[in-house]
Design a protein around this ligand. Structure first.
Ligand code: FE2
Length: 205
């Protein structure tokens, strides 16, 4: 459904899922959490189906009104997935993946530990992929530029403890050995067979 409407967003969701699964495995999360991340990661931006092409593909900065419109996508997504009978934690990711640690996110402006753990986790993968992806209005950030931006947002946009772990993961040699020598199979994760190229600048939404 999302692929037919917007292949950029669909590819973004797929890359975010791969990154967040790597992160979840790095943190030794239990298989049930990884399962939630896999399913909800692929759907987290499904609400963008309800946003007009004019806004979604605008090649310049959004007006405040356009920004308010695109910020409705978590609420639209929540409505769209109602018939799917998702688990509560999956629905939370679709609804709350743009909330921020400092309470300045959307749609509700909840803060810190009010934001469910898996939502704080996926927010890091989401932003990392968005920064390193081409946008109509800017070139992609390099890996180091994206890491510097995430580091600047520690304790503001992101849970400080999780953000430090994420920075460590992306920087670590272990990750790159991991990518080149094949994944360790501590947990059964279908998508983990396909490691994302975290240094790439693949197109994104
Ligand atoms: Fe989103």
């Amino acid at each position: 459904m999302l692929m037919a409407r917007d292949s950029f967003t669909s590819e973004h969701c797929r890359r975010v899922t791969l990154i967040v699964l790597l992160f979840g495995r790095f943190l030794n999360l239990p298989p049930e959490d990884l399962d939630v991340l896999e399913h909800a990661g692929l759907l987290h931006d499904v609400g963008k189906i309800g946003i007009s092409d004019k806004i979604l593909f605008k090649p310049s900065d959004l007006t405040p009104e356009e920004r308010r419109s695109i910020q409705t996508h978590p609420l639209i997504g929540e409505q769209l997935v109602k018939p799917l009978n998702l688990r509560p934690a999956e629905k939370e990711i679709i609804l709350l993946h743009h909330e921020r640690w400092d309470g300045c996110g959307y749609p509700y402006g909840i803060a810190r530990h009010e934001i469910p753990f898996l939502c704080r986790l996926i927010a890091l993968a989401d932003v990392y992929d968005a920064l390193t992806s081409h946008r109509p209005y800017r070139p992609p950030f390099s890996r180091d530029e994206a890491l510097a931006e995430i580091a600047r947002q520690v304790g503001k946009q992101f849970d400080p403890e999780l953000a430090r772990e994420f920075l460590h993961l992306i920087k670590s040699q272990q990750l790159f050995h991991h990518r080149t020598s094949g994944p360790r199979r501590q947990n059964s994760v279908k998508l983990s067979d396909q490691q994302p190229d975290l240094t790439s600048s693949a197109p994104g939404p």
